[in-house]
Ligand binder design. Sequence first.
Ligand SMILES: Cc1cc2nc3c(=O)[nH]c(=O)nc-3n(C[C@H](O)[C@H](O)[C@H](O)COP(=O)(O)OP(=O)(O)OC[C@H]3O[C@@H](n4cnc5c(N)ncnc54)[C@H](O)[C@@H]3O)c2cc1C
Length: 463
Amino acid sequence: MTLTTDLLVLGSGIAGQTAATAASEAGLDVILAEKTATLGGSTVMSGGWFAFSGTDEQRAEGEDDSTELFLKDMQEVGEFRNDTALLHAYLDRQEAAYRWLIAHGVRFREIEISSGQSAKRSHNSAIVEVMATLHHQFAEAGGTTLREHRAVQLLTAETGAVTGARLLSPAGEVDVSARYGVVLATGGFSRGEALLRIFAPEQLAAIPFGGKGNTGDGLRLAWRLGADMADMSFVSGTYGSHPDTGDVHELLTAYYMGAIIVNRGGERFTDESQSYKSLGRAVLREEDGLGIQIFDADVRAKSHPGIPLKDMDAIEALGHLHHAATLSELATLVGVDGERLERTIERYNAAIAANETDEQGRSSLCNGVGALRPIVRAPFYAYPAKSLMTTTYCGVKVNTDAQVIDVEGAVIDGLYAVGEVAGGFHGAAYMTGTSLGKGAIFGLHVAREAAARAEAQRDEVVA
Ligand SMILES: Cc1cc2nc3c(=O)[nH]c(=O)nc-3n(C[C@H](O)[C@H](O)[C@H](O)COP(=O)(O)OP(=O)(O)OC[C@H]3O[C@@H](n4cnc5c(N)ncnc54)[C@H](O)[C@@H]3O)c2cc1C
């Protein structure tokens, strides 16, 4: 079977869905092809945090943030390995995407400071509802969704330009030809054991997570056409999930509220204020790949029910959060050396009291912000956690228009990559909210550019 459309979008996460909805609302004929039977990929499993600055929510809370600070934070967290042009494109276009999301019914219910941020820049949304709404709006605008249609090959013209894709469905093959481009929005390879084995074998020790269809198909499709890659050496899981975590998002960042992280020997092994991706790398070197978050009643009181990363009540209900009246009893409960844990906490508290340099170089709660607090008030809590392989972030090289770049530095005509399949944006590590953020920002951009190409072609025909 052969179909023809204006824009073919492969993958139904935030990047693909934003591109598809915006393009169909701009009047394009759009096919959204999704490999699995359900829509939403890793996006619908996520915490729903979007990173934006200069928003109404920040203004309402008097939060002091700026694009300059946002840029500095992204570069620092990415260890200056990120493509600055992509960062500028994000910052220049963030307001348009933020306003577009709000106009499409998204409500940002809370803002928070999180991994890699030095201002409250993470905006929380009810992401499952957001995605359902965007998809509904896509259908209303006349878009076509093909579930269980996996892209297996990109189709090209003699010039090498991408003209469409071959999809494989339970009913057989479908060739879709697309007048104004093919958008790869196929996510990363957090479930792609073969690619993890090549690029980050040590990460196979992390708990596999993310969308079930996220096996790196988009990267392979683009590589067959000579696409270049970016950031492939920086794959890391996210630290903070219980070893028995299920398919539902369970991640606790009590360390950004005042917890320390110890190994089974009762010793701290890293600066807990770093990006949770850097912590994800550090914890893999510890026994059983395990880091136990230890905190006291004051930190426990900061639980925020219903808000991902901060919901200790939900985690306690799962039986994954332990507590005890003394540190030594707590240590016994979670299999940690009790005497050494007590000494570790004594040293940690003493350094705070004396304003001395911390033995792991920690000077703040999160990325330079927030004063350290001693762990003193019983009961004491322990949350054993591992690294969760949620996302990969590295991928095909793109320019600021999300056009895929080949190994010679040339644009592959007709091929675009948005969201987690595209590399180069994050560099060495990721700041919370920038993945959903870039999915929406670049998804919206490719849709608008495709609509502009269609209009220019219509004008040419008329002229
Ligand atoms: C637990 C968890 C929490 C997270 N929390 C946050 C957060 O709060 N903020 C943030 O910014 N980021 C967060 N992330 C990361 C973020 O969710 C993802 O990076 C982002 O959602 C990726 O969006 P995407 O549209 O690129 O891909 P996805 O949402 O993964 O969608 C890709 C889709 O493409 C489909 N697909 C794959 N191959 C093919 C093919 N060959 N043909 C057709 N379809 C295909 C997949 O099945 C999938 O549905 C989190 C991730 C996880 C797992």
